[in-house]
Design a protein around this ligand. Structure first.
Ligand SMILES: Cc1cc2nc3c(=O)[nH]c(=O)nc-3n(C[C@H](O)[C@H](O)[C@H](O)COP(=O)(O)OP(=O)(O)OC[C@H]3O[C@@H](n4cnc5c(N)ncnc54)[C@H](O)[C@@H]3O)c2cc1C
Length: 463
């Protein structure tokens, strides 16, 4: 019998854990080929971070890489010499460094490679980047940056997070400036700060927080401005253990967006009367968000994206309390300035970059002079706008199709088969993770990806 060749494009959490699940679940020999640049292999963007201060935004007890072994990460941590003396409950409820999580994923990978050997499963990890994909009569051909061709039978696109898009400004030539950093996950973005001028962070989410911590770690002592459309105050995890089930008891099939917002507001008021903020309500919705999203009409999804997305983002993406305190302290000291507004233009001169923005609160155009700009606006999801053209090439050829909201790839979420331009399922081409955002909305965190990896492996092996 011919041994199946399964190619995985991208070896972050999603790609690595799909390979791990294939190894664990496979009963017959196969060949698994993963293509990912060496330094991010196993870890991807999130867990290959440059600082120990970048911590997980989910507690240890909820970060297992396996759906059926909920304590796997916690047990792995407790098995490490430096954690043995600590109280297990305390560690279960703490937020550990993302670097440590990267180490956890590498351990899982190394253990799985040994299992693969014992099952005659061949593993090949290629340090490279896929630039193109062709469907052939016999399977799929992948092309790497160095023009190498790889022939496989089945392919999983696990390309994950893409670097943010540049804000729209009048003078787009500015983006060649060496003091502009489009990739906020690269240590260069916070290194070698010179002079006392402030810096600008575009965006106000979790990556802004990481960047502030990175700048402080690198010894930066100047002012930091953050500009985002709403300038919401990022929230801390305050109610880790609180469970609220009253709203979910009232969830019905095919709930409209209008009814859902009404329901959330009703329960928000109930909690407010008790002096409790709304986070337990949002947490109670999490297990249902994918189903709710799938039931919304295209029009409702559009309304959500234009009016509610940012509010959902703030309520959903919270940071550990001590990190939150650190940020508030910086604000009290006048070092961190959170502004709501719209960037108009960046102009460079020899001494500084002039930032022109419309301040929403003050209702006027303001200017600030900064020494550096770091783009923390979040991963780009419009696949046609990516600088790396791999997914764009696949769209242009009609092999995959982008969803109407430009959030990801149209996919059958039961089988993970991507759907081509003509609406046909590609039975040998699959995707998971961030590429399913258009289909599921919430499809990025470990708790979602570990389930997807397990199910996808099951589907591929059952084929
Ligand atoms: C900064 C950050 C922090 C996060 N923190 C948490 C957290 O604490 N808890 C949590 O649950 N979730 C967190 N997340 C969510 C996170 O997205 C997932 O947990 C997970 O790491 C995503 O994995 P992924 O493999 O889908 O994507 P990625 O981590 O982006 O990995 C994709 C990989 O594919 C590679 N790749 C892309 N295109 C190609 C190509 N054409 N050829 C070859 N290789 C390619 C990339 O180089 C990369 O290594 C965080 C996300 C970010 C960005």
């Amino acid at each position: 019998m011919k041994v199946q060749k399964i190619g995985i494009i991208g070896g972050g959490f999603a790609g690595t854990m799909t390979a791990v699940q294939l190894i664990h679940q496979s009963r017959i020999p196969c060949e698994i080929i993963i293509i990912n640049e060496k330094e991010t292999f196993n870890k991807g963007i999130a867990y290959n971070t440059y600082s120990q201060r970048h911590i997980l935004n989910v507690v240890t007890a909820k970060m297992s890489a396996y759906p059926d072994k909920p304590d796997h990460f916690l047990e792995w941590v407790m098995g490490k010499k430096e954690f043995r003396k600590h109280d297990k409950t305390l560690i279960a409820n703490s937020f550990l460094p993302r670097k440590l999580y990267g180490e956890y994923l590498s351990t899982i990978w190394n253990d799985s490679v040994s299992i693969a050997e014992s099952k005659s499963i061949s593993i090949k990890v290629i340090d490279g980047f896929v630039t193109d994909l062709d469907l052939s009569e016999n399977g799929i051909n992948l092309w790497l940056r160095n023009d190498t061709k790889i022939e496989i039978d089945k392919c999983i696109i696990a390309t994950g997070n893409h670097i943010p898009r540049n804000p729209k400004i009048k003078n787009s030539e500015f983006y060649a400036n060496k003091n502009y950093f489009q990739n906020p996950w690269d240590i260069e973005s916070v290194k070698d700060m010179k002079g006392n001028l402030p810096i600008l962070i575009v965006g106000n989410g979790l990556t802004m927080v990481d960047t502030v911590l990175g700048l402080l770690e690198q010894g930066f002592k100047g002012g930091i401005f953050s500009i985002s459309p709403n300038g919401f105050n990022i929230l801390p995890h305050r109610h880790n253990g609180l469970k609220y089930s009253k709203l979910t008891d009232e969830l019905t099939e095919n709930l409209s967006l209008y009814d859902l917002v009404k329901l959330v507001n009703k329960h928000r008021k109930i909690l407010r009367k008790l002096g409790i903020s709304a986070e337990p309500i949002i947490d109670s919705l999490r297990p249902h968000t994918q189903r709710i999203w799938k039931n919304l009409s295209e029009n409702e999804k559009n309304i959500f994206m234009s009016r509610l997305r940012h509010l959902w983002g703030v309520a959903r993406h919270r940071i550990p309390l001590h990190t939150h305190d650190k940020l508030q302290q910086l604000r009290i000291e006048g070092k961190l300035h959170i502004k709501s507004g719209r960037i108009i233009d960046f102009k460079d001169s020899d001494e500084y970059i002039m930032v022109e923005y419309h301040d929403k609160k003050e209702g006027r155009v303001n200017q600030i002079n900064v020494s550096r700009i770091i783009n923390c606006t979040g991963p780009e999801t419009d696949l046609m706008s990516l600088e790396k053209k791999f997914l764009k090439n696949c769209i242009v050829k009609g092999i995959i199709k982008q969803d109407n909201l430009n959030l990801g790839i149209i996919t059958n979420t039961e089988t993970f088969e991507v759907i081509n331009r003509t609406g046909k399922s590609q039975t040998n081409l699959f995707t998971l993770g961030s590429n399913l955002k258009g289909e599921l909305w919430e499809s990025t965190a470990v708790n979602e990806l570990r389930d997807q990896a397990e199910k996808l492996a099951e589907k591929i092996l059952a084929h």
